[in-house]
Ligand binder design. Structure first.
Ligand SMILES: [Zn+2]
Length: 189
C-alpha cells in the first residue's frame, strides 16, 4: 500500500486516453489498492489512473460510508436526464465549477476477479462515474462548463472546510439521498 502523487492540471497525462487493461494481474491489484489509499488520503470520492500518471482504464470510487469500489475498463453504456452540479477535481486544486451531469447512468466494468459488474447509478455515484470515466478519455470537468460560466476559485478556508479537489458537492436531492451525511462530511472525487 502506498500513497501516490496526484498529477495536476495542466500535466499532459490528464489529456491522454488511458488504454484498456488486458490482464488483471498483481500489478493491477496493487495499483488499485494504492489508488484507494491515495483517494482516501486526499479525501476524494473517486480517482482515475491518469491522475496518478498511469494510462490504464482503472478507476476507484469511495462513496461516503460505503466500501471502496474498484472498476476496471469501466464504460457508461446509457445516460438519461440532466442536472447541474457543482464539481471539483483532485487534479485541479482550488477550483470548483457547475457542470451538467446525467440524472442516472447504466454502467459496466470488470472487478479484480475479471467478473463483469453492471450497475444503474444515480445521485453522487452517477456523477462520480461520469467524472472518472471522463478522466480515462482525457476529459476534465472544466470541459463541460457552459460558456458563460467560469471556474470559481475557493479560499483556503473553504477548501479545508467543505470543498476539496476532485470533489462533488451535493445538490438537494442528493442530500436527501444521503441524508445521514452533512454536506461538510462529503469528500472529493
Ligand atoms: Zn477529477
Amino acid at each position: 500500500m502506498a500513497i501516490l502523487p496526484i498529477i495536476t492540471f495542466p500535466n499532459k497525462i490528464l489529456r491522454q486516453k488511458a488504454r484498456k487493461i488486458k490482464t488483471i494481474d498483481g500489478s493491477i491489484k496493487r495499483l488499485s489498492y494504492d489508488m484507494i489509499d491515495t483517494m482516501n488520503d486526499a479525501g476524494g470520492v473517486g480517482l482515475a489512473a491518469n491522475q496518478v500518471g498511469v494510462l490504464k482504464r482503472l478507476i476507484v470510487v469511495q462513496i461516503p460510508e460505503e466500501e471502496a469500489r474498484i472498476y476496471i475498463n469501466p464504460e457508461i453504456i446509457y445516460r438519461e436526464g440532466s442536472r447541474m452540479v457543482e464539481e471539483g477535481c483532485l487534479s485541479v486544486p482550488g477550483y470548483v465549477g457547475t457542470v451538467e451531469r446525467s440524472i442516472w447512468v447504466k454502467f459496466r466494468a470488470l472487478d479484480l476477479q475479471s467478473k463483469m459488474i453492471r450497475i444503474k447509478a444515480d445521485s453522487l455515484l452517477a456523477q462520480v462515474l461520469e467524472h472518472e470515466v471522463d478522466h480515462l478519455n482525457g476529459i476534465l470537468y472544466m470541459d463541460h462548463l457552459a460558456e458563460h460560466e467560469k471556474l470559481r476559485s475557493i479560499s483556503p478556508e473553504e477548501y479545508n472546510s467543505t470543498i476539496r479537489p476532485d470533489q462533488t458537492t451535493l445538490q438537494t436531492d442528493d442530500v436527501e439521498h444521503f441524508h445521514t451525511h452533512s454536506q461538510s462530511e462529503i469528500k472529493p472525487q
